[in-house]
Write a protein that binds this ligand. Structure first.
Ligand code: NAP
Length: 250
């Protein structure tokens, strides 16, 4: 029997992260379901995965806080004894706004969660996976956004810039650890049907944006998770430093 691979998905209680956790558990991964505030959603997902015969546990932690990240990885070490894969999925948006109306506190939160959070988690993963540190390799998938190239003018340029940073980080880290058994890639979703739009004060955003998508529809979390699962798998063994756009053509 092959050994179960272990995976940490940040922001896995809801949306795209939850779907990645579901698919990964069904594919045989042991999954750490990270969340920051919605323990009920995280616990319900863990119960669902366990009920389907998979292995998962919930672990709270704000990816933008170094102490929290360290404790999340300690929990993964204790539970799985190793880490094979990380999906840096946790991310936030903010209210629709122009840059000349944005506060410093908003910029700081955006970068702290979306950029520093992914960097801190990637650092901890590399420390565990890299052959340079005695590890046996692994895979990291960062969740970026098509916003990185579109720029999101008049909506949230700060968010788009945070995803641009994720793209650069993905390419650079991939090349830095390519000889150490670690592949690093990003998925850039287009507009996807999750609660993130309501969290930014735009519950009707999908209906408003649908017409701009060449395929004339929003994506489903499952369609993003499928791309993530491919990048996690050995099927993508020669793919690193790639930014895979999954956006219905936009
Ligand atoms: P979502 O439905 O709003 O879910 C966000 C998830 O992230 C939740 O599990 C939330 O946990 C968690 N989270 C938020 N802040 C966190 C923090 N500081 N530390 C740890 N976890 C945190 O979001 P989504 O739409 O699935 O988005 C997932 C990723 O895809 C994000 O990086 C987003 O930028 C990207 N993306 C989304 C879209 C889209 O249209 N949906 C498009 C492009 C890219 P709680 O449940 O505890 O709050």
């Amino acid at each position: 029997m092959t050994e179960r691979r272990s995976l940490l998905v940040t922001g896995a209680s809801r949306g795209i992260g939850a779907e990645v956790a579901r698919l990964a558990a069904a594919a045989g991964y042991g999954v750490a379901v990270n969340y920051v505030s919605n323990a009920d959603a995280a616990n319900a997902l863990v119960a669902e995965i366990s009920g389907n015969g998979g292995e998962a546990f919930a672990v709270r932690g704000d990816v933008g806080e170094e102490a929290d990240v360290l404790s999340v990885f300690r929990a993964v070490d204790e539970r799985f004894g190793k880490l094979d894969a990380l999906v840096n999925n946790a991310g936030v948006v903010d209210a629709k706004s122009r840059v000349d109306e944005m506060s410093a506190a908003r910029f700081t939160r955006m970068m702290r969660v979306n950029v520093i959070g992914s960097m801190l988690c990637a650092r901890e993963a590399v420390r565990r996976m890299s052959t340079r540190h005695g590890g046996r390799g692994g895979v990291i998938v960062n969740i970026s956004s098509v916003a990185a190239t579109l720029g999101s003018p008049g909506e949230y340029v700060d968010y788009a810039a945070s995803k641009g940073a994720i793209d650069s980080f993905t390419v650079g880290l991939a090349r830095e650890v390519a000889e150490e058994g670690i592949r690093v890639n990003a998925v850039r979703p287009g507009i996807v049907d999750t609660e993130i739009h309501a969290s930014g004060g735009q519950p009707d955003r999908i209906a408003a944006m649908r017409g701009f998508v060449p395929m004339k529809r929003e994506g489903k979390a499952r369609e993003i998770a499928n791309a993530v699962l491919w990048l996690l798998s050995d099927e993508s063994s020669y793919t690193t430093g790639s930014l895979l756009t999954v956006s219905g053509g936009r």
